[in-house]
Ligand binder design. Structure first.
Ligand code: AMP
Ligand code: GLY
Length: 425
């Protein structure tokens, strides 16, 4: 069968890498892909937001299954467009993708459905948001309501920081129209986990747990990024916590979206804070996490094509996912300066050496190829991913591979999985 992956980041490389291993996949395309993806798929120069172009390509090539990586085409309604044209595509429709596309909508469904989450208020007027902050001395989190690639969230220690965040979002419009509304939340404390679940019309199937590292620098310092590293499984998600997340968060949310007339189908990502009072939802995303997808794909033994088809055919209750019991871990190598300003076009060396190491896969995110060489081309450049007998071995392998890779002004966190290693010690 002919498969098309939409996107060109680390998550899409991991998806393409896994799809290419399926005996069911006879031809794999990626739009636009990247030089890493090009090792396993034919890349076509169509942007992931160019829905008309993607639709035309999928029709012309008679694509049997399209897999959407990033949120933007989902929020823009790519699934509805493909389905109207009779094409099979994995992901939620436009209405349901609001779970990520509008934090205000998502929060409203959570509150109607009694899904545990931080107390919140949504504002479309800046003066009202500032007034609310004046009356709240406790630590607050200020978020652009629309999609902002994980960067529109400000975890604030002081009221001044919260006021400044509102200005950045609503006055300076740092995230464009995504900042037409802000959500202001109580700040939750605890350890975070990412819960990815497959959802069809009647079933929910949780994947193995994972944990992201959102802050740019070690010890969770610095600004939020799209994610600087991830590992799976996350020991903070015990069996009991996992059951609680299923029962208290996923089931009511999926039901709530149905009730809103926006039934969800695809991969639902719940960002959860495991607090002293139990797991609480930070956010939902409408797609695989990036970089969580990288360690998860490395651990998945089942055929991903069959898994995605089970969702599209509402057969999730008939499949059992098989996992490599060994932990996997991804460290993101980023361009120095990310998530703020950074330079592109730096030559990357050592990729072949790192990729040849045992149980290591170097997923490409922001890279480009020119004249037989690979150059940096984005904030997050590579996702160096390794699997090991235990999380310490997986970590050591990933960092050993990183030591083989070089580009000017490379930045990575040195403490990926430190929380898990402390917890297991
Ligand atoms: P979001 O995109 O909404 O998940 O927010 C990105 C990150 O900001 C989360 O992964 C958390 O690290 C942090 N965050 C978001 N909301 C809260 C909250 N209510 N309390 C504490 N931290 C939060
Ligand atoms: N890694 C966080 C996300 O994909 O949203």
């Amino acid at each position: 069968m002919k498969i098309l992956v939409i996107g060109g980041g680390g998550r899409e490389h991991a998806l393409a890498w896994k799809l290419a291993q399926s005996p069911r996949c006879t031809k794999l395309y990626a739009a636009p892909g990247n030089p890493g993806i090009a090792q396993v798929a034919q890349c076509v120069p169509i942007g992931s937001d160019d829905i008309d172009g993607l639709l035309k390509f999928a029709k012309a090539e008679k694509i049997d299954l399209t897999v959407v990586g990033p949120e933007r085409p989902l929020i823009a309604g790519i699934v509805d467009r493909f389905e109207a044209a009779g094409l099979r595509i994995f992901g939620p429709g436009k209405e349901a993708a609001q779970v990520e596309g509008s934090k205000a909508w998502s929060k409203a469904v959570m509150s109607h459905s009694a899904v545990p989450t931080a107390e919140f208020r949504a504002f479309t007027r800046m003066a009202e948001a500032l007034h609310y902050i004046d009356n709240h001395e406790e630590p607050l989190v200020v978020k652009a309501s629309g999609e902002a690639a994980g960067k529109g969230v400000f975890v604030c220690k002081t009221q001044d920081e919260a006021r400044r965040a509102v200005e950045i979002i609503m006055k300076e419009k740092a995230f464009g129209p995504s900042g037409d509304a802000v959500v202001i939340e109580e700040r939750l404390t605890g350890e975070e986990a990412s819960i990815l679940a497959l959802v069809d019309d009647a079933n929910i199937y949780m994947l193995e747990s994972s944990q992201d590292h959102k802050a740019a620098f070690d010890n969770d310092q610095g600004p939020n990024t799209g994610g600087m590293g991830a590992y799976s499984p996350a020991p903070v998600v015990t069996d009991a916590i996992q059951a609680q997340i299923d029962r208290e968060i996923l089931v009511p949310m999926v039901h709530g979206m149905k009730t809103e007339g926006a039934p969800y189908r695809g991969l639902l990502y719940a960002g959860v804070m495991v607090t002293a009072g139990g797991p609480k939802t930070l956010e939902f995303n409408a797609r695989f996490g990036d970089p969580e997808c990288q360690p998860i794909m490395m651990r998945l033994k089942s055929d991903l094509v069959e898994v995605l088809e089970a969702v599209l055919d509402n057969r999730l209750d008939q499949i059992t996912l098989e996992w490599d019991p060994r932990p996997a871990l991804c460290v993101v190598m980023a361009s120095g300066g990310y998530p703020d300003k950074y330079e592109k076009g730096k030559e990357i060396t050592g990729l072949a050496e790192a990729g040849a190491m045992k149980d290591v896969v170097v997923f490409h995110a922001g890279t480009k190829a020119e004249g037989g060489k690979i150059f940096t081309d984005g904030g997050r450049v590579l996702g160096v991913t390794a699997i090991g007998q235990d999380i310490t071995q997986a970590r050591d392998r990933a960092y050993e591979a990183i030591n083989a890779i070089h580009f000017h002004h490379a930045h990575w966190r040195t403490d990926i999985a430190a929380k898990a290693i402390r917890r297991l010690a």
